[in-house]
Design a protein around this ligand. Structure first.
Ligand SMILES: O=c1ccn([C@@H]2O[C@H](COP(=O)(O)O)[C@@H](O)[C@H]2O)c(=O)[nH]1
Length: 267
């Protein structure tokens, strides 16, 4: 999915919500748990229920890799189930020497039909470049992450700049706002205005609202741009809104609440 189609979807839906499919088999409602296809059935029900409220789904590959070979199949079946109107993100956080990154890119962009993949940039240009070579695919590079450990490296100063700042500015010169996004955590709201000032056009994938407590209002006020420029992810707050048979309906309600709030900020 290219930038124009993504922006059209955001404007049509009045939403920049990305639903995170971090599906943990232990958290699936009891009535589904006994089924052999429990995780897939859960994902399909969540997708059906939230489709109208969001523009993207983020599949965190760790949850599927942890299930063994069947998990990889479930991930494949899930990504095929998501309609082409929605940006499909593999949250895989890959990145390695060039020829290995090429294989990761092939795995997620060719063997699997993802539109985007998250990439860790710390091995440098040759580790990121293979992902950027694909037309109409997105490389989403970790910038300033939402976790506590962001303080260990990303928020260390290198001279006048934070490490994350140097990384994001350097990586920005390897791609363009049509094929490159950055992860910026909602829990780092105080950094958003500065980041937007030096990256006015890029999309940011923003995890950290919902279960991690980040403020949708604050990041929206600081970083929306003319194309929205934000994809805000919520995983647990939506998919585990209820532990009971009404889980999909409750997921729809929470996703719709995010959409309603976003539509106000998009005015
Ligand atoms: O900095 C980051 C980068 C990635 N994530 C991922 O986003 C979701 C957040 O899930 P919630 O349940 O909404 O907290 C999850 O897949 C993380 O691995 C992040 O949180 N922060």
């Amino acid at each position: 999915m290219n930038r124009q189609s993504l922006v059209e979807q955001i404007k049509k839906k009045k939403s920049y919500l990305c639903v995170g499919l971090d599906t943990d088999p232990d958290k699936i409602p009891a009535h589904l748990k006994q089924r052999p296809d429990a995780v897939l059935a859960f994902n399909k029900a969540i997708i059906d229920a939230t489709l109208d409220a969001c523009v993207s789904y983020k599949i965190n590959t760790a949850f599927y890799e942890a299930m063994g070979p069947r998990g990889w199949e479930i991930m494949e079946e899930t990504v095929h189930y998501i309609p082409s109107t929605h940006l499909k993100i593999a949250d895989a956080k890959r990145g390695d020497i060039g020829n290995t990154s090429s294989q990761y890119a092939k795995a997620f962009f060719e063997a699997l039909p993802f539109d985007a993949i998250t990439v860790a940039p710390y091995m440098g240009a040759d580790s990121v470049q293979p992902f950027l070579e694909y037309d109409n695919k997105w490389t989403i590079v970790l910038g300033l992450t939402s976790n506590k450990g962001a303080a260990d490296f990303e928020l260390q100063k290198m001279g006048e700049e934070y490490l994350y700042e140097k990384v994001m500015k350097t990586v920005a010169s390897w791609g363009n706002p049509g094929n490159l996004m950055f992860v910026v955590g909602a829990t780092q709201a105080e950094a958003f205005s500065a980041i937007r000032s030096w990256l006015p056009d890029h999309f940011f994938l923003v995890p950290g609202v919902g279960a991690q407590g980040g403020s949708l209002r604050e990041i929206s006020e600081k970083a929306l741009n003319k194309d929205a420029g934000l994809l805000v992810n919520a995983s647990r707050a939506i998919i585990y809104a209820s532990e009971k048979e009404d889980f999909a309906e409750e997921a729809r309600i929470i996703a719709s609440q995010y959409q309603a709030e976003m539509s106000n900020y998009l005015q």
